[in-house]
Design a binder for this molecule. Structure first.
Ligand code: G3P
Ligand code: CA
Length: 261
């Protein structure tokens, strides 16, 4: 009887401590929105189909990608103004047609994607942050039209999208035409008025470089009703520090780190 009693206590103790560890893990990572920066770009070619699929496999909440327009008007998923760094070609994206861009290859042999192709690949398996690059005049209207098309006929929802840009003016058409699509002005500085820049665009979140994160900035964003997302955080230790400070979302090139929190 005593042996059985000790056995029950041991099993109970192990079960309780196991549950506590599991809950701690759940609690830490579920406190934030887990965002793959340019997909799983630390291990796979950035802004590519494979980087997006790897991020989904790792269980992220959201993928971030960059879009700019090419000469023939389509939206291209690429970070830089030129194709030089990430593809086999050279030249400004804005000087190349889609046909010319489709001849190029990323460093691992994949094609450069259009925004529509990226939406097809991700296929609403997680949320999507589209960053509008600033050197594309009509980018807001083109993205609005694509979102409407994908909500109407490809199973996406307005709530799946978060639109961000350093050119905050480009967020105003979304506020006017698609208010259900969330907006996130980007900033790489610490203004005197902290998160006030989110007010004119009725921001969902203010997305701030990790270099500029302070407790005051986070508190000010929250007091104004905004989430605070921060980029780019590539170590588990820094993720834990930022979560302790109270950020709501973290962009990383290494989404596998979220599973270690
Ligand atoms: O959206 C956050 C971050 O992606 C902005 O900087 O240069 O990586 O596009 P960048
Ligand atoms: Ca970006």
């Amino acid at each position: 009887v005593i042996k059985n009693y000790i056995g029950y206590i041991l099993i109970g103790t192990l079960w309780i401590s196991g549950t506590m560890v599991a809950n701690q893990g759940d609690t830490v990572s579920s406190k934030i929105v887990k965002i793959a920066h340019r997909g799983a770009s630390g291990t796979v070619e950035e802004n590519s189909a494979h980087a997006f699929l790897e991020a989904i496999r790792l269980g992220v909440d959201m993928i971030e990608l960059d879009v700019t327009c090419c000469k023939s008007g389509e939206l291209i998923v690429i970070h830089d103004d030129t194709v030089d760094r990430t593809t086999t070609g050279t030249g400004k994206v804005g000087d190349l047609t889609l046909d010319e861009i489709k001849q190029l290859r990323l460093s691992d042999g994949q094609e450069v994607l259009t925004l529509k192709e990226a939406l097809d690949v991700i296929d609403h398996q997680c949320k999507l942050n589209i960053e509008l690059k600033v050197k594309c005049d009509n980018v807001s209207q083109t993205v609005i039209d694509i979102i409407e098309e994908y909500v109407k006929s490809h199973g996406w929802h307005y709530d799946d999208f978060l639109i961000s840009t350093f050119n905050h003016h480009k967020l105003l058409p979304f506020k006017d035409q698609l208010p259900a699509v969330k907006r996130a002005p980007l900033l790489h500085s610490i203004p005197i008025t902290y998160a006030e820049f989110g007010v004119p665009v009725d921001a969902y979140s203010v997305n701030v470089s990790v270099d500029d994160i302070t407790q005051e900035f986070i508190n000010d964003a929250h007091n104004r009703g905004f989430k605070l997302y921060t980029w780019v955080v590539n170590t588990r230790e820094e993720m834990e520090e930022l979560i302790a400070l109270g950020v709501d979302g973290i962009f990383t090139d290494y989404p596998e780190l979220f599973n270690e929190l």
